[in-house]
Design a protein around this ligand. Structure first.
Ligand code: FPP
Length: 250
């Protein structure tokens, strides 16, 4: 195992070498399909998805990943049936309480990426409490993308910058890539080195649109409830084979 994540060049790793990325983002897809195949209600797939979340968080932390962003609930997910939304948020709130020990034991600092406006106050309270509880942890940062959309994040960032221009705090010429990055929800997080998506779908689905410019994409065929250490290691081995040129000539 080695780390080659922030090298601008590469050359490809050994065929089976696992390279631990500095920053990982995951689109956790296929909970519903997994449940349907097992003859269960969709929500059972989300429930089983929590186990995959716990495994991924602890294994990424153990391997030394610095930042992990999990797409837990998109802006578009608000269009799902009310019952599924309510059950998803019940699971999220349970996670925010039950997994505090896991986060503390693994020195993980919790963050949130997304809009707060539509999230119920009791969920926000638990989210904020867990964020505060883990604020002193110096290990991996875990951002849960809840009520998150990549386009909405950019809209919010541009509004924030426009407000600063209107108040005379910022010159339009000073708006550069760094200024936009600094106006994102979690500017302290490095851009993902790898974006993992499960259930075989090859789409970005409005996730981290600004940040994934140079992320390596890894699509796992298994549904999210089936994603475990083995699949995570396979993703990191795949990452180890990538040659990252960032538009340059090696
Ligand atoms: C996509 O599967 C998954 C989601 C919309 C929600 C992901 C949520 C979890 C894994 C559980 C809670 C998360 C945390 C961080 C505690 P889908 O329902 O779109 O599956 P389908 O495409 O097969 O229908």
């Amino acid at each position: 195992m080695s780390r080659r994540a922030d090298k601008a060049s590469g050359g490809g790793g050994q065929a089976d070498e696992m390279v631990v990325p500095r920053s990982v983002a995951v689109i956790m897809d296929g909970n519903g399909r997994w449940a349907k195949r097992a003859g269960l209600e969709r929500i059972r797939g989300h429930e089983r998805g929590i186990d995959a979340v716990r495994t991924t968080v602890t294994e990424c932390a153990r391997l030394g990943v610095e930042a992990l962003v999990l797409y837990a609930f998109s802006e578009e997910n608000w269009q799902r049936p009310r019952r599924e939304i309510d059950l998803l948020f019940k699971l999220l709130t349970r996670f925010l309480v039950d997994e505090r020990g896991t986060l503390m034991d693994n020195d993980v600092r919790l963050l949130h990426s997304g809009r707060r406006a539509r999230i119920a106050p009791d969920v926000l309270r638990l989210l904020d409490e867990t964020i505060a509880l883990t604020a002193g942890n110096g290990g991996m940062r875990l951002s849960l993308a809840i009520s998150y959309g990549g386009r909405q994040e950019l809209v919010d960032a541009f509004r924030q910058l426009a407000g600063r221009v209107a108040r005379g705090e910022l010159q339009p010429e000073a708006i550069d890539e760094q200024a936009i990055h600094d106006a994102l929800y979690q500017p302290s997080l490095p851009d993902p080195d790898i974006l993992i998506r499960t259930a075989g779908e090859q789409r970005i689905s409005n996730f981290l649109l600004w940040q994934v410019s140079y992320s390596e994409l890894h699509v796992a065929d298994v549904c999210w409830p089936e994603f475990g250490k083995e699949q995570l290691h396979a993703a990191f081995r795949d990452y180890g084979r990538r040659v990252r040129k960032f538009g340059k000539v090696l």
